[in-house]
Design a protein around this ligand. Sequence first.
Ligand SMILES: C[S@@+](CC[C@H](N)C(=O)[O-])C[C@H]1O[C@@H](n2cnc3c(N)ncnc32)[C@H](O)[C@@H]1O
Length: 371
Amino acid sequence: MAAPGAADRVEAGCGATEPSHPACGDSKRPQFGTRFLTDPREVFQHNAWDNVEWTDEQEAAAKKKVLENSQPLPPEKQEEYDSRANEYWNDFYTIHENRFFKDRHWLFTEFPELAPQCGLHQEPSADASATELLQEDSADQKQCTQLASLSLSDGEFPGSSATYRILEVGCGVGNTVFPILKTNNDPGLFVYCCDFSSTAVELVKTNPEYDPGRCFAFVHDLSDVEADYPVPDGTLDVVVLIFVLSALHPDKMQASISRLARLLKPGGVMLLRDYGRYDMAQLRFKKGRCLSENFYVRGDGTRVYFFTQDELHELFAGAGLEKVQSLVDRRLQVNRGKQLTMYRVWIQCKYRKAPCLPPDTTRNSSHRRGR
Ligand SMILES: C[S@@+](CC[C@H](N)C(=O)[O-])C[C@H]1O[C@@H](n2cnc3c(N)ncnc32)[C@H](O)[C@@H]1O
């Protein structure tokens, strides 16, 4: 099995083959690309095809393949992979350091919330109403933010004077954090990032682009819901989870997401991109790698889960968040040299904490209703 970083090079498909872009990005690039395979004979003419449809036969074959390898490893093995999870990731980063660093320029097309002042919002699309919804609420949010900051205790925290706070959880070597710092020039921005691998966090902190005046990296285990974050509840505008929730034991996912949801301001958003069910990486697992349904351990001891949209919805809704967007990105990647086709499946979603209503809204609306 390929090392996770190697898989990540492929899995970060949105950005794998695209040219780099200047700060603030290419606002014209449509979400998920536009290269559609209409004639199967042309499959090897490009490196990737967007939004591929799966046939019923293909779906059934994937299901069968997964079933063939669904015998779980014994409990003591499971326990070991769980209790030593951060050590396996430390080993991974010790070996690979930041060789898998990649500048994900797709980030700002898919997640304009990471640099809102750059005006990277999409051309009108199914997602546009969601984006508008977020914008409409920004006035309310401002008022809520003021209320939230007033209710904080006197204690200062890193970035306490910031006006826009983003936290990336499971940041690895900073594939998301550094592009945000580079692209989002809002003077009120502060970026937090954490990972339970101390090796990864050290690599972030020693990166020449790490600016302690705008960023705070720390070691933190997402699944340890009792552990404190360096920010008070209700203070974050955005929480980003990119290929990290899938690394958690499924039993720990709900509590972890609920804990993160508490950190969001009213109106704040959680952004996720992660593995989807029947992604090529899932179908490649051989027997003896399954931990539980759709959850596997790689050869280097790191683990990965493959989600459906419904499962993610349950997790976010269970944390009291409301859906803004949920998409499946199905991409056909092609190795033209080896004449190989690889069907990738990623899920991308945005969930929001309800904006708090300005204090007199309820009175006004009941007043209006009464008229
Ligand atoms: C596949 S890598 C993705 C890294 C980064 N988000 C990226 O996209 O480049 C998964 C990351 O999640 C981290 N991770 C896994 N479980 C974690 C946990 N319980 N708490 C915090 N970080 C975790 C790993 O150390 C690793 O850096």
